[in-house]
Design a protein around this ligand. Structure first.
Ligand SMILES: Nc1ncnc2c1ncn2[C@@H]1O[C@H](COP(=O)(O)OP(=O)(O)OP(=O)(O)O)[C@@H](O)[C@H]1O
Ligand SMILES: [Mg+2]
Length: 431
């Protein structure tokens, strides 16, 4: 008699991996967690989040100055062109977007005003930029024409941009963020001369943002003369300002989850790392994630410290992974010496001998000692190695002592992950 119970109708699947079920369960368990004990509104800590005006802290002066430069726009006149510069995470993009959007919402009723934001690190050619601007300003229900994303010549995109501006606006404000990433100055030139060249009567104000101070100086003289930009520089935040920025985002967390001192510690770390608000927010978010992963009820100072260490390691890993193989071998030599000794600093000659050992061990060419010294200097320039000169007195002359900036275990592990160093005999050292 045949048994037609469902279990027997299919042959057992030999290829099924019992781990599949386990993995499905892990994912299911994580995705189905209803209650987040740590975060109430994590999006407040996301980098893409644009805080409302009440949450912008410590930039009143910059907001005031930029508003002054754009004041004409609100009345239908030409706004000034402005170059905004300052280090990363100092609020340049945020303040520029905020003030521009305020100009739009406060424009006189008889003024048609528009504002667009262009990220020049994405749209970094003249054609792409002209296409994006033309399409984002265009409203086909009013102009009666569409603009294709691709396929037109640069000149054709400009033509449509001028037509759009002419038909729909009296004034526009254009933010060119990361403006130094543009392949050339042509877009700036065209925008600054649009009126003069008779392309459009619409008044155009440009806010060009860069974190390279020298960028504005290097602009083509013709662009400078037609742009006549005002300059506005953003300074790094101090620890108090960073703390206030974070305090205004406390509501990203459930009430009473942040222990005392957590926000201050994030602010202090970010202040010592160049006053970067993005970094402060990142550390706080990562600390929250760590607390969540460890099933903790609160975010503690320890979580902040761990978040920072992790961020440092990630940054360092990225830095080391990008250096050439010879530099990696040199760095590994210093790491091995440090691991095998109580000392932290080693004379170049000693590091060189260790480096030679490594190269022979993995069949890699050996550079001359002179070239090796240059490699160590480059590593110092990158902030991976510290070196200082020491005068050993009459007999010894001057020697260079080298020290790893990061812990040797971490450096060692990162370099050993590179397959070319994987075959190296463990901790080889003849010193
Ligand atoms: N004054 C502030 N108040 C509140 N949040 C701020 C403030 N300044 C910066 N932030 C936040 O910090 C992050 C970085 O700011 P922003 O993007 O404006 O910096 P940036 O100067 O443009 O940096 P980059 O040069 O790297 O582009 C953003 O998430 C922003 O919301
Ligand atoms: Mg920016």
């Amino acid at each position: 008699m045949e048994d037609d119970s469902p279990e027997d109708t299919s042959a057992p699947d030999e290829t099924a991996d019992p781990r599949d079920d386990e993995q499905v369960n892990i994912a299911k368990e994580i995705f189905s967690r209803q209650e987040d004990p740590i975060f109430a509104n994590k999006s407040l800590l996301e980098i893409s989040h644009i805080p409302s005006f009440e949450r912008i802290v410590g930039r009143d002066e910059e907001i005031r100055k930029l508003s002054e430069e754009l004041r004409g726009a609100v009345q239908g006149y030409s706004p000034e062109n402005v170059i905004v510069y300052g280090k990363t995470g100092t609020g340049k993009s945020l303040v520029s977007k905020y003030v521009s959007s305020q100009a739009v919402s406060n424009a006189h009723t008889d003024v048609n005003i528009g504002f667009q934001y262009l990220d020049c690190s994405t749209d970094n050619t003249e054609t792409q930029a002209a296409s994006t601007l033309a399409r984002s300003f265009n409203d086909s229900s009013k102009t009666g024409f569409d603009i294709p994303e691709r396929g037109l010549s640069t000149a054709a995109y400009y033509k449509r941009l001028w037509r759009t501006l002419e038909e729909l606006y009296d004034v526009v404000i254009i933010i060119l963020d990361e403006a130094d990433m543009m392949a050339d100055d042509n877009l700036l030139m065209k925008l600054s001369r649009a009126g003069e060249s008779g392309n459009t009567d619409c008044r155009i104000g440009v806010i060009a943002i860069s974190n390279k101070i020298e960028w504005a100086d290097d602009l083509n003289e013709r662009v400078k003369s037609s742009l006549q930009p005002k300059e506005l520089s953003f300074h790094p935040y101090d620890a108090d300002q960073l703390e206030e920025i974070l305090q205004h985002r406390r509501d990203a967390f459930k009430p009473d989850v942040l222990e005392d001192g957590v926000v201050q510690l994030c602010a202090a770390y970010a202040a010592s790392d160049f006053g970067d608000a993005r970094k402060a927010i990142d550390i706080l978010r990562h600390a929250g994630n760590i607390a969540y992963e460890r099933n903790a009820a609160n975010v503690t100072e320890q979580h902040v410290q761990d978040a920072r260490t992790k961020a440092e390691k990630d940054r360092f890993k990225e830095l080391i992974e990008g250096i050439p193989q010879q530099a990696k071998a040199s760095l590994l030599a210093l790491a091995i010496l440090s691991l095998n000794s109580e000392q932290e600093e080693f004379p170049t000659q000693l590091v060189y001998r260790q480096y030679q050992n490594i190269c022979e061990n993995i069949d890699q060419g050996v550079r001359s000692e002179r070239r090796f010294r240059d490699i160590l200097k480059e590593l110092a320039f990158l902030g991976i190695v510290d070196n200082r000169k020491e005068n050993l007195g009459r007999s010894g002359g001057i020697t260079l002592l080298n020290r790893l900036v990061e812990e040797p275990e971490i450096v060692y592990e990162i370099i050993r992950e590179d397959s070319r160093f994987a075959s190296l005999t463990n901790h080889l050292s003849d010193n």
